[in-house]
Design a binder for this molecule. Structure first.
Ligand code: SAM
Length: 180
């Protein structure tokens, strides 16, 4: 990995009512597995951005999140200098390809909601499947990020939060830095 490496997750086609929880979970999964940025597109929805910001405030880290009104224009432009990874059940098996996806320049992982525009398949440098069966964008993102990025340094990435969870064999061990 080099200093230019940065991971964004682009959520395409969010539907405010129908996708409320799954989009919220998608952003939290992106954050937990090491993304630097989550970009929401489709229907504008402040509540998703508020949830992600609120979790970062409480649990730390520097996740950036924003709404993008023109995701395909943004993606076309971003693709000129970045790696575009599209998660799709029609793609190549993730175990075969994660080792060859570069970590020396910015990357975006694209996940769908409603029907994904066909152009995404051609813009993508890598169309990657997590198995060839339909399932969930949240599951696909978690498996892909863990496989591609490997274990992340939680204590470094999520420093500065109000709450720190200390791994424990039993029960909940939580440090509240606000009370110190
Ligand atoms: N109805 C949408 C369509 O026709 O394109 C797809 C819906 S699917 C629940 C939403 C997203 O989950 C997909 O766009 C893809 O990013 C991800 N996804 C679902 N199954 C997947 C799989 N087996 N491998 C990789 N990604 C998957």
């Amino acid at each position: 990995m080099t200093g230019d490496f940065r991971v964004s997750v682009l959520r395409l086609g969010h539907r405010r009512e129908r996708d409320k929880r799954i989009t919220s979970h998608l952003g939290l999964t992106a954050r937990a597995f090491g993304a630097d940025e989550v970009i929401l597109s489709g229907e504008e929805d402040d509540s998703a951005l508020e949830t992600w910001n609120s979790v970062s405030e409480r649990f730390g880290g520097a996740l950036e999140c924003r709404f993008e009104a023109k995701p395909m224009s943004w993606l076309r432009e971003f693709a000129k200098s970045a790696t575009v990874i599209h998660l799709t059940m029609y793609g190549e098996p993730w175990r075969d390809v994660t080792g060859s996806i570069p970590k020396d320049k910015p990357a975006v992982i694209v996940v769908g909601g409603t029907k994904v525009p066909a152009e995404v398949f051609s813009i993508a440098d890598h169309n990657v499947s997590i198995g060839n069966q339909p399932h969930s964008e949240v599951a696909a993102l978690g498996v892909f990020m863990d496989s591609w990025l490997g274990p992340i340094e939680e204590s470094t990435i999520f420093s500065g939060g109000q709450i720190e969870v200390v791994p424990s064999e039993r029960g909940k061990n939580v440090v509240n830095h606000e009370e110190e």
